[in-house]
Design a protein around this ligand. Structure first.
Ligand SMILES: O=C(O)[C@H](O)[C@H](O)[C@@H](O)CO
Ligand SMILES: [Mg+2]
Length: 398
């Protein structure tokens, strides 16, 4: 079996979106004076830099007609250009079973500029598509090729609860407690730029959500890199009484020493990794005890080939892996690793941040049932296909 063609297309969402709201989620650009994101929306839209309203879909086809699907959401148009110009020539004509060789080829050929960020994300999409091919060729789900089923079903946590009116947040949490979720991730709306008033607002939001979900359910707290070390050190001790399962990405991804300091500071475990790349990036986080939960995303770190190695590495450090974002490429790895206790789950909503866009592109993504996800033992590959009924909402860049 040989790889015959590679097609990368950008799916740009043109359908309806939920309008942006102020202080919806802290993020890295919040610390920059008069940031571009704010100017775009007359001072309100602090989320401009992290919307995922376009996505690159990669189809890798073999000479015997098997098509594997992969995808990448980081800088999708640049990822497409990288795939078309740099990766396709390295992969065409190769046997997909040589996935380790192909992965190394892509990683090393682009190493001068590609080792972190969009270069790795582009590699990831191709690698994921190759694993989809392998599953289809072997007539097995990908998780069976990675070691098989380690759980009857995958527990998942509800991931939305952006900062809005506190009553609205409570109603949202209540609705999904009733749907059987036992773990919830909420977002902070405020950071260092908002002073002590913002600290009070942040604490009030945690209290409001805890009031609804109680202490028999897990609560995760997301900063999306919108704080700095000094601010995080001030607020962390005040958050302890709410017993969060973890506090996520308090500072920018490059401040590894900051993570390490915060991870030792209180009883609250610090999580991160959705903006880290490659086996070496994670070894650095683990060696420094910077995170207590690793949250790689398979479509960023270098694909399933690389994520499988990161799983093994984290297992040896006894640090659990709970990948970022859900999606099939992550679920198959979580199903096949005992060190992955649960999955993140984006509920299916109207398009807002864009976290939910993959549901509009692919058919086959599992829906949570009573707080659990299931993968089918009899569906080969990743179990995804491209939806045609939503195409009118997309512009496709070939
Ligand atoms: O952990 C997450 O789910 C991410 O940080 C989200 O993708 C991001 O959009 C913030 O909501
Ligand atoms: Mg996150």
């Amino acid at each position: 079996m040989k790889i015959k063609s590679i097609r990368a297309r950008v799916y740009q969402w043109k359908g309806p979106t939920v309008p942006p709201q102020a202080n919806f989620c802290s993020n890295a650009i919040d610390l920059v004076y008069d940031n571009q994101a704010n100017r775009h929306a007359g001072g309100n839209d602090t989320m401009n830099t992290f919307r995922f309203h376009e996505w690159t879909v990669v189809e890798v086809e073999t000479d015997d007609g098997i098509v594997g699907l992969g995808n990448v959401a980081l800088a999708p148009r640049i990822a497409k250009a990288i795939i078309d110009q740099y990766l396709a020539p390295l992969v065409l004509g190769q046997d997909p079973w040589d996935y380790e060789y192909i992965n190394q080829r892509m990683y090393r050929a682009t190493h001068a500029w590609g080792r972190k960020g969009v270069g790795m994300a582009a590699i990831s999409a191709v690698d994921i598509a190759i694993w989809d091919i392998l599953g289809k060729a072997a007539n097995k789900p990908v998780f069976k090729l990675l070691g098989g089923r380690t759980k009857e079903k995958i527990p998942c946590y509800y991931s939305k609860l952006y900062r809005t009116d506190l009553k609205e947040m409570q109603a949202e949490a209540e609705k999904f407690v009733k749907q059987g979720f036992r773990a919830f991730k909420m977002r902070f709306g405020y950071g260092p730029a908002h002073g002590q008033q913002g600290v009070t607002e942040n604490l009030k939001s945690v209290e409001a959500v805890r009031e609804v979900i109680g202490y028999d359910n897990d609560l995760m707290l997301e900063c999306y890199m919108g704080w700095n070390l000094e601010y995080a050190k001030r607020i962390l001790p005040k958050l302890e009484k709410y017993q969060p399962r973890w506090l996520e990405e308090p500072v920018i991804a490059d401040d590894i020493d900051g993570y390490a300091e915060l991870n030792q500071l209180t009883s609250i475990p610090i999580s991160g990794g959705e903006h880290e790349f490659s086996l070496y990036g994670f070894k650095q986080l683990l060696d420094k005890k910077a995170v207590s939960v690793v949250q790689y995303d398979t479509n960023r770190v270098g694909g399933i080939t690389m994520a499988h190695k990161i799983n093994a590495l984290c297992e040896a450090y006894s640090v659990p892996v709970i990948p970022h974002a859900g999606q099939m490429h992550n679920y198959h790895l979580t199903m096949s690793s005992l060190n992955c206790p649960m999955s993140e789950y984006f509920p299916i909503f109207d398009v807002e941040v864009g976290n939910e866009l993959f549901y509009y592109i692919f058919a086959g993504e599992p829906e949570a049932d009573n707080g659990f996800l299931q993968l089918d033992d009899n569906t080969p590959g990743l179990g995804l296909s491209l939806r045609t009924d939503q195409l009118h909402n997309f512009e496709i860049i070939e």
